[in-house]
Design a protein around this ligand. Structure first.
Ligand SMILES: [Mg+2]
Length: 281
């Protein structure tokens, strides 16, 4: 998507005045990021190192009805490429997708990619452990029970699986949720359900989520970098909570969140990356 096709927002004026009055789950008011840019910009300029964590779907790229249809704007890629090369910034893209999938879509070098909510890291192919075999078995059983339901489909994600219901009628969605609940009741010690945008993801407990992943990574980095986390979904809330002193930004319509700031959409995320670049150049 060319930059000219993006809606342009006045950085000084948030689109929704409601944002200012929404109470944050973590206390205080959720503010549009531009409203607080003076203070945020100062923190960016004075930081010796920045650890920039970015979610992919709904954050770097707009959500699409099918995950395969998602497109990444060239303008976002360009600014991400410049930030990834900046000596003062370490860029991480952390997604619920498989690591190879998100790496292929972003196509920028010098970025650390984390797949499956931070569980999938590094270059090695994940091993087909007992957990993997159990999850594959569970997925096949769930898939068989949900087969033929209108608008419902199951995505295999190796160690987890996702039930998509975006195109399902309400009654069908409720029926599918009941089926899932039956499975979860029989396997409470092995799996948990995570709610996402029009999806339910069933994960083994060893996939601890984005909060644990971000904490582990920061503990290994030298020099106490300033953490920034930008995400749009319930799966990102654990990461917001894990970074009480970081710059945490929730993307999307205002709602209760652990994040400190708010941006409206992935177009504003690109603007944020450009403003960040401007502050540290
Ligand atoms: Mg997302």
């Amino acid at each position: 998507m060319a930059r000219g096709k993006h809606r342009t927002a006045n950085p000084a004026r948030p689109r929704s005045s409601r944002v200012s009055f929404l109470h944050r789950a973590g206390g205080g008011n959720l503010r549009h990021l531009w409203e607080n840019w003076t203070a945020v910009g100062r923190r960016l300029r004075t930081a010796t190192q920045i650890a920039l964590f970015l979610d992919f779907d709904g954050t770097l790229a707009p959500i699409c009805p099918h995950p395969e249809e998602v497109e990444f704007a060239p303008s976002t890629r360009r600014v991400l490429r410049r930030l990834a090369r900046h000596a003062g910034v370490k860029v991480f893209v952390i997604s619920g997708r498989r690591m190879a999938d998100v790496r292929r879509r972003v196509k920028v070098s010098h970025i650390t990619f984390l797949g499956l909510h931070g569980w999938e890291r590094g270059d090695g192919k994940p091993k087909e452990t007992e957990t993997y075999k159990f999850m594959q078995h569970l997925r096949r059983e769930v898939e068989a029970r949900l087969a033929g339901l209108e608008g419902i489909w199951v995505e295999d994600k190796f160690i987890s699986f996702v039930v998509h219901y975006r195109r399902a009628p309400t009654a069908v969605r409720r029926g599918a949720r009941t089926v899932l609940r039956e499975f979860l009741v029989t396997e409470p010690f092995k799996v948990r359900l995570m709610e996402g945008k029009k999806v339910w993801e069933i994960l083994p407990h060893e996939v601890k989520g984005k909060g644990a992943a971000v904490r582990e990574i920061l503990n290994k980095l030298n020099g106490r970098p300033l953490p920034i986390y930008v995400g749009d979904d319930t799966t990102d809330e654990a990461a917001f909570s894990a970074l009480p002193r970081g710059i945490t930004v929730r993307v999307g319509a205002p709602r209760r969140t652990q994040a400190r700031y708010h941006l409206c959409d992935s177009d504003e995320v690109r603007q944020f990356l450009e403003k960040l670049e401007g502050e540290i150049s």
